[in-house]
Design a protein around this ligand. Sequence first.
Ligand code: SAH
Length: 369
Amino acid sequence: MNEKINLFDLDRPAMEAFFAAQKQPSYRARQLLQWVHQYGVTDFNVMSNLSKELRQKLSDIAECRLLTPAMDKVSSDGTRKWLLRLQDGNCIETVYIPEKNRGTLCVSSQVGCMLNCTFCSTATQGFSKNLSVGEIIGQVFFAVRALSASNGHHDKAITNVVMMGMGEPLLNFDNVVSAMSLMMDDLAYGLAKRRVTLSTSGVVPQMYRLAEVSDAALAVSLHAPNDELRNQLVPINKKYPLSELIAACKSHFSPESKRKVTFEYVMLKDVNDSPQLAKQLVRLLEGVPAKLNLIPFNPFPKTQYQCSDEDTIQRFKEIVMRSGIQTTVRKTRGEDIDGACGQLVGDFNDKTRRKERFLREKIVVNRDV
Ligand code: SAH
């Protein structure tokens, strides 16, 4: 049993409480955050502005638990995917997507996922556990160092973080909010609030809580403009239907902030991509401060879906654009390394045994055809 405190688990208030309990002044918390997150130093002996006695004390009671790479793949388009091993042996995936003027890190919030969105490969893997704060921020810590080691970009390589890796971040609320606060903390990663995005499938009560405690940007995985279709694609819709989801989106940012919710819509051939549905989507989003992001479906083994044709995606985009909603089509990145949206799977002990069921059901289906 490891009894030491993992300093990666502590956001600024928690770090201050930790040092207060050690009868240390609160500036120690700031020093520690900077050593760890800004200078990448996890060895207390190197922390030269701490007394020898304090360094010894810290070595006795605390540590920085690192994630270790189990796999590191680079795509032909520069996208990079790591399979990172947690200390408990589970593995999660983290993806870095370089673009001309920015670099986005796609971070996981859970080992697997409890929701069962039919077009997502993480769903086929089942669920194991929530990530700790340290395991979430540890992905950022790891990526900053790995990128600067390989291209000398230092910490400027990552300009944006999206909580769009494995898992449903709002079902791991406290740890995700704490980790995002470190991403935005000037003593840690110092990212602007618009550059840290939480993406949710629509856990409505937690969306209200999020609006109260975090400044992060919000993305909502919509994928369908009516309940009947959304119930099929994103089953959590049966619990929190569109009327409730849209109401939560409308109230998320104050009107003065002029901030918008990004709606994600995966383009599934002959499922959700018709012009009629585009028009229905426009009506649904009326009065919502919204941007729309169309995501070409990324296939994975044994999926029942195909990606919409390019023309169909364009037509869908034009219909929505005409209503005045800013609409972009997400470029698929890292497909050749299975690093694209919905392709993250990790490697872990599935407590729900969903993976087993998925494979069994698919084999039966295949025998029928
Ligand atoms: N659970 C959160 C975070 C995951 S984000 C959420 O649902 O928002 C990952 C994004 O990729 C979501 O918008 C998800 O719906 C989308 N996605 C999942 N599988 C996909 C696939 N196979 N192709 C394209 N996008 C996919």
